[in-house]
Design a protein around this ligand. Structure first.
Ligand SMILES: CC(C)(COP(=O)(O)OP(=O)(O)OC[C@H]1O[C@@H](n2cnc3c(N)ncnc32)[C@H](O)[C@@H]1OP(=O)(O)O)[C@@H](O)C(=O)NCCC(=O)NCCS
Length: 195
């Protein structure tokens, strides 16, 4: 597997060791995915806005959480964009609900059994981060968590989520009916949107 190139190493040269490790793991996972696609393993430099700069003809996304790292890479001729997000499958503190949840999502979570609420809120958070990574390359705009409503069953077993952008530019960039998936593996929640 090709090691990090100079540009990639420079991007995290001043970061703490743990950050350097997660960055390198993301680049290695991306190279492995390129290999599996039958592509040359190329470097993935960092754009000035911190997003990854994928090689020509590829779209992709990277996420890390604790000891887990995921990269998804796809052919740009088949897919507009990819978003992936990994979060520990734990509860989201109610202190954060006003920031992360829209009023509609807040109402929904309040009607659920108390034992489900915090972990369901984490699923909404993961879906939004996934959507943000998917939409950002098409939009070039930072969206806050009030910019989109996540539609998802009121259970912890939901494997699909829909998205209703409230932000006008995000609406234009998001085809109606676009859906993402949620998977739980080894205590980690993995959100994926590829379209
Ligand atoms: C960028 C962001 C989504 C990263 O999420 P995170 O949970 O902190 O960290 P993750 O490990 O999941 O993802 C980090 C990776 O995302 C990628 N990334 C960073 N900025 C990105 C962007 N603007 N668009 C797409 N991918 C981006 C990078 O590959 C980064 O890893 P790397 O620096 O090692 O290359 C998050 O920090 C952020 O800024 N969120 C605010 C906006 C948001 O989520 N809004 C939701 C409403 S739609």
């Amino acid at each position: 597997m090709a090691a990090l190139d100079l540009n990639e190493r420079m991007a995290v040269a001043k970061a703490v060791g743990r950050r350097q490790q997660e960055f390198a793991a993301g680049r290695m996972a991306a190279r492995l995915a390129m290999h599996r696609l039958g592509r040359q393993q190329e470097s993935v430099p960092v754009n000035p806005d911190r997003s990854p700069n994928w090689p020509a003809g590829l779209v992709g996304s990277i996420s890390h959480s604790g000891s887990t790292c995921v990269a998804v890479v796809a052919l740009g001729r088949s897919w507009h964009s990819v978003g992936v997000d990994v979060e520990p499958d734990l509860g989201l503190s109610p202190d954060l609900w006003d920031t992360i949840l829209t009023p509609e999502e807040h109402r929904r979570v309040s009607q659920m059994p108390e034992t489900l609420r915090e972990r369901w809120a984490t699923r909404v958070f993961c879906a939004k981060e996934t959507y943000y990574k998917w939409v950002y390359p098409r939009l070039g705009l930072v969206l806050d968590f009030q910019a989109v409503v996540v539609d998802m069953d009121s259970t912890l077993g939901s494997t699909r989520f829909g998205l209703r952008p409230l932000h006008s530019s995000a609406k234009k960039a998001t085809p109606p009916g676009v859906q993402g998936t949620l998977t739980v593996a080894q205590g980690q929640l993995i959100g994926l949107l590829i379209h």
